[in-house]
Design a protein around this ligand. Structure first.
Ligand code: PMV
Length: 341
């Protein structure tokens, strides 16, 4: 184990983590049904430099967010002890919480750390940017202190940071981002990870409409409270779609996958988490011959995903979406989760 002692003046660590796309089951997954997500090869990177100090602190720099925040050891303790939601909270608090959790786990004390995060992932678009940055940061801290990264351990620690960001996340984002590949996920159960072998030609269109995952999740929860039977039926249908979706993925049956995506989108619309622009992009994609299209993630804005027959077709759909004003791109999925860099 790499420890900071009087002989080691400075240690460093670097880690990278992917983005994610939820193929089936967002929102209902919060209420205990299964969901399927895949890792997307847009990545965040975190680099940390750590040295001994009499004035311990963590400085987090995010050039993309134009933010730099310094956390004293007292502020780190406050975050770690669960009193994070104070008036002075910043978007970088979840990263600081990851640092607190790693250093407590490894019983590291008395140092000054400087972390820089870079990310290619659009922020607040449903592609898991917050979970990816939390995951790569935790990976970087572990890489610096231990010299190695255990993706399951990173997944667990990053989940606590996600809780600070989203309130009551299901855990699907940090799971697929830490493990990479394809993940079949049920809240509170061991995830089933599969290596992606066949191509899943997806097109992603970003509405760039900002939204809050926590608010959308809580809207669905209050609809569930007001209309329990109707919403339970919708959740049950999504469950069924997820099971069929897994079979379709295992058989690489793209036609079946697409049809299931269309049904899932309809149900998400019924749950009130779509948006006119998401619906518009869904229809542009379908009219361009997409096998299926749906919103992905929390909805209310963010991104739409469409399934193409092959990569050539994916490019055609992308062009139609761009003509309709979307920020669209074809996706490259990845089996690589959190890794040292
Ligand atoms: O992180 P987002 O915005 O892609 O949404 C996460 C998916 C939800 O199911 C809506 C919430 C959750 O915690 O699973």
């Amino acid at each position: 184990m790499k420890m900071l002692d009087s002989n080691s003046l400075s240690i460093s660590g670097c880690a990278t983590a992917p983005a994610k796309v939820i193929l089936f089951g967002e929102h209902s997954v919060v209420h205990g049904t299964p969901a399927i997500a895949v890792a997307l090869n847009l990545r965040s990177h975190a680099r940390v430099q750590i040295q001994k100090s009499d004035a311990p602190r963590l400085t987090v720099k995010s050039p993309a967010m134009k933010l730099e925040v310094s956390f004293s050891s007292k502020q780190l303790d406050t975050l770690g002890q669960g009193s994070g939601s104070n008036n002075d909270s910043t978007p970088l608090d979840p990263i600081a919480l990851g640092f607190y959790n790693v250093s407590h786990l490894l019983q590291m004390d008395g140092f000054e750390a400087s972390l820089t995060i870079d990310s290619e992932i659009p922020i607040g678009a449903g592609l898991g940017s917050s979970a990816s940055v939390a995951t790569s940061s935790v990976g970087a801290f572990l890489a610096a202190f231990k010299g190695e990264i255990d993706s399951l351990q990173v997944r667990e620690i990053a989940f606590r940071s996600e809780e600070l960001t989203h309130g009551k996340p299901s855990g699907i984002d940090n799971t697929v981002i830490a493990l990479g590949g394809l993940v079949y996920f049920i809240r509170g159960q061991k995830p089933r990870r599969k290596t992606l072998s066949a191509e899943i030609p997806l097109v992603i269109a970003n509405t760039k409409i900002p939204r809050s995952t926590a608010t959308l999740v809580s809207n669905v929860a209050s609809l569930f409270e007001r209309k329990p039977r109707a919403v339970q039926n919708l959740f049950d249908s999504i469950s069924d779609i997820v099971e069929q979706g897994l079979q379709a993925l295992l058989k690489s049956d793209l036609e079946d996958l697409g049809e299931l995506m269309n049904i899932n989108h309809g149900i998400l619309h019924a749950l009130g988490v779509s948006h006119p622009l998401l619906d518009r992009y869904v229809w542009v994609a379908r009219e361009s011959g997409a096998l299926g299209a749906k919103l992905t993630g929390a909805g209310g804005g963010g991104c739409m995903i469409a399934l193409a027959k092959d990569t050539h077709h994916a490019n055609e759909i992308k062009q139609e979406l761009i003509k309709a004003g979307a920020d669209a791109f074809t996706s490259v999925l990845t089996n690589k989760g959190v890794e040292k860099c």
